[in-house]
Design a protein around this ligand. Structure first.
Ligand SMILES: Nc1ncnc2c1ncn2[C@@H]1O[C@H](COP(=O)(O)OP(=O)(O)OP(=O)(O)O)[C@@H](O)[C@H]1O
Length: 448
């Protein structure tokens, strides 16, 4: 069944959020000069909210009457999209809200990953004049399904649409924010600094693969293999997958039939849980100028970072969705999962093709494939190879590199052992510590 739905402009209005401080600070200008004329051309009524602080858009969408709006348009970067999604998922009627309020995105940030992915999948340019082409895509009036990923952290539950990053990729993303005025060039500057001052991180990565997984044991401290099993704990969640979907998990996350099965298993809000207080050490890092001095590879520390109480707590967004694949963060992962313990340069979980105009992180990813594209590079990679890896991400050819391993998974857990790193969800820094995630196929809607 096609997930495309025509959205004919109706009497309802579009809610437009503009973050005046996103990216190079031009979002308001973009709104006035480009978005308003486009919406007028489309004969759409709209209501503008200029965000006044972080969390403003999240608070607004928590309380709006969904029936009054036919969509939300976000003129900003990926951070505001993350906010709006998590605001919708905080509502008591989250299932209705996330399904019936499609998101439209207009690039106003510095990375604009989702806009790049949307334009790319529509055959539109995304490097030059991304704005014009994004408005064109928006004007086509199509709604499509978008996978979300439920993410448990020590501070609670988040819902992610783009990526989870650890190691050099998140270091670069977060540490280079001070160079936001450079636009996308900030990532290049940050990457060069980080490659010079290369750090590695010891940790444990566990995952439930879509396909049989064989360990590359020569470079792993420890690893287990995985073969499909009738006992795999996915069997009670999913139905069979159309064989034509070559990128899909074999047992079926990602198609609309599966979505119906999953949706029928979703439960509305459990009791509000206590927020968690992490017990791991203070975060390290620092500004770019001090990165090199502080960035020698830390010795592997066998003390695993933990949350100090069970992970059902939620300081972020309520946990209304039953994530059948995820045990509590404080419990061991199921025996059927693969676990690798090693020293990593980076771990990236991506569910969109792009992380920005110059990073095609998961070329095979589509918006509703029901797959987390989990990739990692281990310690031992030379600086020159790492630089080549970064450069090859511009066209996605890093996927062929022997220095990176890429696995399609449904769920994973990352347990950092090295203290003092950065973990980012959709480019937003979260509390550093254990984190786990499960894909929720096609839960959201977006305008494409
Ligand atoms: N008025 C505001 N003042 C300060 N922060 C804001 C305001 N409005 C939104 N924010 C926050 O700013 C952060 C960054 O916004 P956004 O992601 O849109 O821009 P960006 O980081 O420049 O873009 P990108 O994510 O594409 O690199 C978000 O976390 C958002 O919550």
């Amino acid at each position: 069944m096609s997930m495309d739905v025509d959205i004919t402009p109706r009497a309802r209005k579009v809610l437009v959020f503009v973050n005046p401080f996103s990216g190079p600070g031009k979002a308001l200008d973009i709104y006035q000069k480009r978005v308003v004329p486009t919406l007028a051309e489309l004969d759409l009524n709209f209501h503008l909210i200029i965000t006044e602080r972080a969390g403003h858009a999240k608070d607004v969408v928590k309380t709006i009457d969904i029936s009054e709006w036919y969509g939300v348009i976000i003129v900003s970067g990926d951070g505001l999209i993350f906010e709006v999604i998590n605001g919708l998922m905080s509502r008591p009627d989250w299932e209705h809200a996330i399904h019936h309020l499609p998101l439209g995105v207009v690039p106003g940030g510095s990375g604009n990953a989702l806009c790049c992915a949307i334009n790319s999948h529509n055959g539109e340019p995304y490097k030059d004049n991304i704005l014009t082409h994004s408005l064109f895509v928006l004007a086509k009036h199509k709604i499509k399904a978008l996978d979300l990923v439920a993410v448990d952290t020590c501070e609670g539950r988040h819902y992610s649409f783009l990526s989870i990053t650890w190691g050099i990729i998140s270091d670069v993303d977060i540490e280079s924010e001070k160079y936001r005025s450079l636009g996308n060039a900030r990532f290049t500057v940050g990457a060069l600094v980080r490659i010079v001052g290369l750090r590695t991180y010891h940790g444990r990565l566990s995952f439930l693969p879509c396909e049989p997984y064989r360990c590359h044991t020569s470079r792993s401290t420890s690893c287990s293999t995985w073969e499909p099993s009738v006992n795999a704990n996915t069997a009670d969640v999913v139905t069979s997958q159309p064989k034509s979907r070559s990128l899909s998990c074999p047992d079926g996350l990602g198609d609309s039939a599966t979505e119906e099965v999953l949706r029928s298993r979703l439960q509305h809000g459990g009791p509000a849980d206590e927020p968690l207080t992490p017990v791991f050490p203070e975060e390290g890092g620092g500004d770019l100028e001090t990165v090199i001095a502080n960035s020698s590879t830390p010795a592997a520390d066998s003390t695993q970072l933990t949350c100090d109480s069970p992970s059902r707590g939620d300081a972020a967004t309520p946990r209304p969705v039953e994530t059948a694949l995820l045990p509590p963060l404080s419990d061991p992962v199921p025996a059927s999962w693969v676990t690798i313990e090693d020293n990593f340069v980076t771990v990236v979980a991506a569910y969109e093709s792009h992380l920005g105009p110059d990073i095609i992180i998961a070329p095979e990813a589509t918006f509703n494939d029901g797959i987390i594209h989990l990739m990692f590079a281990k310690a031992g990679i030379s600086r020159s190879s790492l630089l080549k890896l970064f450069l090859s991400m511009e066209n996605g050819s890093h996927v062929n590199s022997p220095d990176i391993e890429i696995i399609k998974v449904k769920a994973f857990r990352l347990e950092p052992i090295t203290p003092g790193g950065v973990i980012a969800i959709d480019g937003e820094k979260v509390k550093y510590g254990p984190i786990q995630a499960q894909v929720l196929p096609g839960l959201a809607r977006f305008m494409a």
